[in-house]
Design a protein around this ligand. Structure first.
Ligand code: AHN
Ligand code: ZN
Length: 335
């Protein structure tokens, strides 16, 4: 009798689970498994240099670290050095780092994010900290950590050298990881006079959108990652992305939901737009979206945003995994 009960109940229970998750459990992804421990380690290694603020030794050393890591993963690395100026006229030496896989392929996808960290914790609850640089584990470090792990996965795939590897099946596809410099040195709140300071942010991507790292370079589309490593993080369909690249938003959100990360990639309409590096890529003529974290509790940017709390202690491996696995799904299912 008891056995019979289980026989009846068990399929019912399964049905219940399936309905709640609303995921096609029969779907088998062709993508490899993103290793969140590895991504976390790359975030920690960046933070260990100290804040990567413009014109600092920590910044320059970390730039070398990022370029070296991508090279060890088999990428062709281009450096784009350029001069710019901060909101107050201070000259800055910028370095955009571009890591190309399958560099000669014509159909390219950009995955990008900034690698500098904010020189001022001007959103910290303690005013004493408003001039202190931040570690930027989430704001800067998390995107690059995810990108490095994606590169490691591409290298593993290349090393297997069999007919089922990504570039064997899709020889016309190439992936470019672009690490923007000088994104986060926009006018600090304590110096803001209420004028429009939009152009003081995203200096590296502004430069690149006018002068690419290679003459005539273009790509199918780009995906910018920003603040993808805290707990209590959710990703909404950001407004500028929806205006310039709605089909790419659909593609990425569908990929995430297909593999069970609908909890992170939400279709709820939040309506916000963010001035970020993706805007510069769009202005340069390549459709680009922003996967940017929103705090699930408070709304708005993650709670650690531009505070002293943006450090390695607040990095959450589950969020890194959700974003990284979604990126692999997008790459591996590209037509
Ligand atoms: C502005 O605050 C104008 N843009 C936010 C972009 C940003 C800063 N992302 C991370 N830090
Ligand atoms: Zn920031």
């Amino acid at each position: 009798m008891r056995k019979l009960l289980y026989l009846v109940l068990f399929p019912l229970l399964l049905l219940g689970c399936k309905e709640k998750q609303n995921v096609d459990t029969s779907y088998v992804s062709p993508a490899p498994s993103f290793n969140e421990d590895s991504a976390y380690q790359y975030v920690a290694e960046q933070c260990a240099f100290g804040p990567r603020v413009m014109n600092s030794a920590a910044h320059d050393s970390c730039g070398n670290y990022i370029a070296r890591k991508f090279k060890t993963f088999g990428a062709t690395v281009y450096d784009q050095y350029a001069d710019s100026k901060l909101y107050d006229g201070t000259p800055v030496k910028m370095r955009n780092i571009i890591a190309a896989f399958n560099p000669d392929a014509p159909a390219r996808i950009i995955i990008c994010g900034h690698w500098d960290s904010r020189p001022w914790a001007d959103h910290d609850r303690d005013e004493e900290n408003h001039h202190t640089p931040i570690d930027g584990a989430n704001d800067g470090g998390s995107s690059i950590g995810v990108m490095l792990e994606l590169a490691r996965q591409l290298q593993k795939d290349l090393a297997e050298k069999d007919d089922s590897s990504l570039f064997a099946l899709h020889p016309s596809l190439g992936i470019d990881f672009i690490c923007w410099d000088a994104e986060d040195c926009g006018t600090p709140s304590w110096a803001n006079d209420g004028e429009d300071h939009e152009s003081t942010w995203c200096l590296g991507s502004q430069y690149w959108s006018g002068k690419r790292h290679l003459d005539g370079y273009t790509a199918r589309y780009g995906i910018n990652l920003d603040m993808v490593g805290n707990a209590n993080t959710i990703f909404y369909r950001e407004r500028i992305s929806m205006a310039y690249a709605p089909t790419i938003v659909d593609k990425v959100w569908a990929a995430a939901n297909r593999i069970g990360y609908g909890k992170y990639f939400s279709y709820d309409d939040e309506g916000g737009g963010v001035t970020d590096d993706h805007l510069q890529v769009n202005r340069g003529g390549i459709p680009c979206i922003d996967v940017i974290g929103t705090d699930t509790q408070e709304g708005g940017f993650p709670a650690t945003w531009h505070t002293m709390d943006d450090n390695i202690n607040h990095i959450d491996k589950e969020t890194l995994k959700a974003v990284g696995q979604t990126m692999l799904e997008v790459i591996w299912t590209e037509e």
